[in-house]
Design a protein around this ligand. Structure first.
Ligand code: PEP
Ligand code: MG
Length: 507
């Protein structure tokens, strides 16, 4: 353990040996005659809630430690065994009801060949992680985990979203052929790596990669990525718990920035909450976590943690070309507050005579409908936009992105989606700033011509999808894309947009 981690552990031990804490438990046990698990939970829960309600930011941030320690005690008392998905000894396919993103992050990529889960949709974070790991995955299967038994042979077809249990010889052979074809197609796109994403009539786009873990940064060049359009920094916290202290972050961000060389790296500030709960940390038991204490809302409530992250990015920024991006901005005040805290972070670094990327560019994620509506105002206060279509769909269509029962409603071709993208791009361009799209829609080759025609400047996606998107762009004419986009904005149904796309593809 490093110094900072030792400090955290020492604080946890102090809490565990605190006489007051013991006394409270003892009294409650004797007076209330309730079981010890309930008493541990209720006392620590009360303490956490009191701390979270404190006007003092430092006290609020201590709530995480209490929560962490009490969950460790409870896990021991309840004999909860955590199933580990890391360090396996045999090849396997994981079938489960759900895998939370914090567990998906630890997946043993050597031995786990595919995953099949009951919950989720194509834009849930576990599916996004699987895509990044290039691991075949089918999500939203409802109840597959009840039908599949240990030892069954299964095929996980991530292309069709189908799982076949105990297939016959013929099906196995057919899938072997499909795998070979897939491999051939990927190889045939490899030469595109060196070529620009330019249409036949000369309109150029920028294709970037999304990453979740720092080591992915080394691999993006192999796919021809022109930078990192989204580094989901929260995964650092999901794996390190609340102890992702400034130095650990500084090292991780520096590694990513150095790997990218001169290419831009957009580091999104922590987006925890919703479906990305830090293990043992801040389980605030919200009724609607996706509408709750997430992303920038969490950061603004925890200014010391937020500032530590901003300082780490500013310091790491001197190693290359970094940008900062704020998630889930829903009103101007949030952006202004975040910018003010960024200034404080800069001043603190300067006071310590630390070298920083003083003129770092700052972007706003457009992923809440209110941000689309006020995009013209937001555009004047930041350097770029990035459209997070995963959340934009979730909040526009009122569709929980982790809920397989309603995932059919999350539709990239929905006229509302296309109009909101157009509105965002126009507002940005009127203010002279550029727009990236970093949600999963950016890697959906079906809609690439429309997005190009709407004037999107840059697409950011799982690196392995870049060659296919580039191929679509290189085979299209910008003028045709513009006509297609214009027509699609007049459609009433997404099926009409689909028809237009089919016609376009034939041409
Ligand atoms: C999005 O919402 O589209 C996005 C890119 O962010 P995340 O998927 O991490 O919520
Ligand atoms: Mg999002």
């Amino acid at each position: 353990k490093n110094k900072a981690q030792q400090g955290i552990l020492r604080a946890h031990i102090l809490m565990l040996t605190d006489a007051d804490f013991h006394e409270q438990m003892k009294n409650a046990l004797e007076k209330q005659l309730e079981n010890i698990e309930w008493i541990v939970w209720s006392i620590s829960h009360k303490l956490v809630q009191t701390l979270l309600a404190s006007p003092n930011a430092q006290l609020r941030e201590r709530a995480g430690d209490i929560s962490d320690v009490s969950h460790s005690i409870l896990n021991k008392l309840l004999a909860v065994t955590q199933v580990s998905l890391s360090n396996l000894t045999e090849d396997c396919i994981v079938v489960a009801h759900d895998i939370p993103p914090s567990a998906a992050l630890t997946i043993d990529k050597k031995h786990i060949k595919a995953i099949a889960i009951d919950a989720g949709s194509a834009t849930s974070h576990t599916a996004i992680l699987a895509r990044s790991f290039q691991m075949p995955a089918v999500v939203g299967l409802s109840c597959a985990s009840q039908f599949i038994n240990s030892g069954d042979v299964i095929i996980v077809d991530g292309n069709s979203g189908c799982v076949i249990i105990n297939p016959n010889e013929k099906t196995l052979l057919q899938y072997q052929n499909e795998m070979d074809l897939y491999e051939k197609k990927s190889n045939s796109l490899r030469p595109l790596r060196e070529l620009p994403a330019v249409t036949k009539d000369g309109k150029q786009f920028v294709l970037k990669a999304n990453i979740e873990v720092p080591t992915e940064a080394e691999k993006i060049a192999a796919y021809g990525a022109e930078g990192i359009g989204l580094y989901r920094s929260e995964f650092l916290f999901l794996s390190a718990g609340c102890g992702a202290e400034e130095e650990l972050q500084y090292k991780a961000y520096s590694d990513v920035i150095k790997s990218a060389g001169t290419l831009p790296v957009t580091i999104r500030t922590i987006d925890v909450g919703g479906d990305k709960m830090m293990p043992n940390f801040f389980r605030t038991e919200e009724r609607n976590p996706l509408l709750g204490w997430r992303a920038i809302r969490f950061s603004l409530a925890m200014p010391e943690l937020f500032k530590a992250q901003l300082r780490a990015i500013l310091r790491a920024g001197v190693h290359g070309n970094a940008q900062i991006m704020f998630p889930m901005i829903s009103c101007v005040d949030e952006l202004e507050q975040a910018l003010a805290i960024l200034e404080e972070a800069k001043n603190e670094c300067k006071e310590k005579k630390q070298k920083i990327a003083e003129n770092i560019k700052v972007g706003t994620m457009i992923e809440v409908p209110s941000a689309v509506i006020i995009a013209d105002i937001l555009a004047k206060k930041c350097d770029f936009f990035s459209i997070g279509t995963n959340d934009l769909m979730q909040y526009t269509f009122a569709v929980d992105r982790g809920n397989e029962k309603v995932s059919y409603l999350a539709d990239h071709l929905h006229p509302a989606m296309l109009r909101m993208i157009k509105c965002t791009i126009d507002a940005a361009h009127n203010a002279g700033i550029k727009v990236t799209m970093c949600g999963e829609m950016a890697g959906n080759t079906n809609v690439t011509p429309i997005l190009a025609g709407l004037g999107l400047d840059s697409f950011s996606m799982s690196a392995s999808l870049i060659p296919e998107v580039k191929s679509v762009i290189r085979n299209s004419c910008y003028e045709d894309c513009r006509t297609l986009a214009e027509k699609s904005l007049t459609c009433e149904h997404s099926s009409d947009v689909q028809k237009l796309l089919k016609k376009f593809a034939k041409k």
